[in-house]
Design a protein. Structure first.
Length: 202
């Protein structure tokens, strides 16, 4: 009886293994697909224009600060103490306003980026799902996530060509993804240090 059970179990395991290997498994690099999509070019243009608009705001504050600082330094030695303190506080307020604007601008930039990327990612996902279902794939692995460290990618079917065809992507590589970091958010550190030094002339 025990021998019969062992034989039956062995047959079941062999059938399961045969069924598993008979299934189709695919792979695709979603990062490359998204970077190659035609919509990415317009998205990058929109983000550049949006970034320029945000930069105009910080430049306006910088111009105001520079003008007031020049006036403050020019008349520093002739100003009454009370007036000097008032103007110094005004300059400090501008520095604070600039920092707050930079933080808000970075958040706005990130929000805009996510809004523009959402429909592009959704379109790529729908194309991958469509190709996967049409090809009868049991599973498709995303090689861009590094999740295939223990798999031999050569044994997986690359569905990228069919997905690109579905999305209307040519063989040309897409432009590198636009940076999510807003330049103006990285600025200001040296300006801030210089501002504090300039407000206290020798």
């Amino acid at each position: 009886m025990k021998t019969a059970i062992k034989l039956t179990l062995a047959v079941v395991l062999m059938m399961s293994a045969t069924s598993l290997f008979a299934q189709k498994f695919g792979r695709i690099n979603t990062s490359e697909i998204i970077a190659s999509m035609p919509e990415m070019k317009q998205m990058q243009v929109d983000m550049e224009n949006f970034g320029k608009t945000l930069n105009e705001g910080i430049e306006a504050i910088n111009v105001e600060y520079a003008n007031k600082l020049q006036e403050y330094q020019k008349s520093y030695n002739t100003l009454p103490e009370a007036t000097r303190e008032m103007k110094a506080q005004d300059l400090q307020n501008l520095i604070t306003r600039r920092e707050q604007y930079q933080q808000a601008a970075q958040q706005d930039y990130e929000k805009k980026y996510n809004e523009l990327m959402a429909p592009i990612i959704e379109k790529a996902k729908n194309a991958i799902d469509k190709v996967s279902q049409a090809g009868g794939f049991l599973a498709v692995f995303d090689t861009s996530t590094g999740a295939l460290v223990s798999f031999d990618e050569t044994n997986l079917i690359d569905i990228a060509p069919e997905v690109k065809k579905e999305l209307g992507i040519t063989d040309r590589r897409g432009s590198p993804r636009s940076s999510r970091q807003l330049t103006i958010a990285q600025r200001g550190r040296s300006e801030r240090a210089a501002g504090h030094q300039a407000m206290n002339p020798a």
